[in-house]
Design a protein around this ligand. Structure first.
Ligand SMILES: *Cc1c(COP(=O)(O)O)cnc(C)c1O
Length: 356
């Protein structure tokens, strides 16, 4: 049976990506070697990294002022790398607190300097995006989270800022067009919308680097990864190969503009059912709803085992909500077909027929 994988991450990838990755595990490009045993410095491995970087630049129209790097440690290490590279000694930064991942970023930044939480939606369990705030001009940078994977909210616009803007885009990168020039650091763990787990991408404005007065540990230094073309140390060739294949797939879907239309269609299909169906309620404020992660709950918790049985029987997997929200979360990343969302909607309708 076909599995409809609504996982929030690691996420579904296109079948052809899994196919080509598995071939490369046995025999990479007919070289007689597995991609897992070759040196990351071999020319054909270098090409995997270079192509991945090139594809990100092309798909997001990254301006020449910015460079793309792939490192490890996930978005969680970016929580640390950002203040190391952007916050002056005895400096400060402004953070927008929109969920658990934003809180994670704040926690790490506090270890290096003064963090001002300029707005928060903690008062409503992060079910909305705060809008009533201004970014101060006397901080080293402003940090926000574009899509709150756990709570199902998404920033539809970004505030004016006279200081560098840093954004964690782990769970909506490459899901729609983006003006990269408005940001100074964008980072995203690969496993949400870019590829398998094992790498994290950062897009860095080179002009904002080298201004902190810090002696940055080498691995944490963006400039070193830029200088080394993301090959400062042994990088995960198989994982980046997965990223490269997924980016090629995305390009063939018409790039971010093409996929964005399908993502909108998927989100609209599901949210209209959540709103229409009397047995469910969406948890995020309507205007801030995420196109990637839709969170909703049953109005009658007593029916939980019945609903769970129905979606599992339909081949749906990973629909349970995060423990901080409860209920359900349908993650609809790029590779999830519209057809899978239709299967979920059909289950919701059948559930209503039975119990409504
Ligand atoms: C998943 C996620 C993270 C954490 O990513 P890791 O790669 O596991 O460290 C950070 N931010 C957001 C928005 C996420 O969705």
């Amino acid at each position: 049976m076909k599995i409809h994988n609504f996982s929030a991450g690691p996420c579904i990838l296109p079948d052809e990506v899994f196919q080509k990755m598995s071939e490369a595990v046995l025999n990479f490009n007919n070289s007689g070697s597995s991609i897992m045993e070759i040196s990351h410095r071999r020319a054909d491995a270098q090409e995997v990294m270079d192509t991945s970087i090139q594809l990100v630049k092309e798909l997001l129209q990254v301006p020449d002022t910015h460079e793309v790097i792939f490192t490890q440690g996930g978005a969680s290490l970016q929580f640390v790398m950002v203040p190391f590279n952007m916050m002056k000694v005895n400096g400060s930064a402004a953070y927008l607190e929109t969920g658990a991942w934003a809180k994670g970023a704040i926690k790490e930044a506090k270890k290096l300097g003064n963090v001002e939480i300029i707005a928060s939606s903690a008062d409503q369990n992060f079910n909305y995006i705060p809008k009533d705030y201004t970014v101060p001009s006397n901080v080293d940078y402003f940090h926000c989270t574009s899509n709150n994977t756990i709570f199902g909210t998404q920033m539809k616009s970004f505030p004016e800022s006279s200081v560098p803007v840093v954004c964690d885009m782990s769970s909506d990168i490459l899901s729609k067009p983006l003006d990269v020039s408005k940001f100074d650091v964008i980072y995203a763990g690969a496993q949400k919308n870019m590829g398998p787990a094992g790498s994290v991408m950062a897009i860095v404005n080179k002009e904002v680097l080298g201004k902190t007065g810090r002696d940055i540990p080498s691995y944490l230094d963006y400039q070193i990864h830029i200088n080394k073309g993301s090959a400062f140390n042994t990088w995960p060739v198989l994982a980046i190969y997965g990223v490269m294949l997924n980016l090629q797939w995305l390009k063939n879907q018409g790039g971010v503009a093409g996929i964005s239309k399908i993502n909108q269609e998927k989100a609209e299909l599901l949210y209209s059912e959540i709103d229409r169906n009397g047995l469910f309620t969406g948890t995020a404020v309507v205007e801030d709803r995420s196109e990637m992660n839709a969170t909703f709950v049953l109005n009658n918790e007593d029916l939980k085992s019945e609903f769970d049985k129905m979606w599992k029987e339909a081949g749906i997997s990973s629909l349970n909500g995060h423990r901080d929200v409860g209920g359900y979360r349908a993650s609809m990343y790029n590779a999830l077909p519209l057809e899978s969302v239709q299967v979920l909607v059909d289950v919701m309708k059948a559930f209503e027929q039975k119990f409504g």
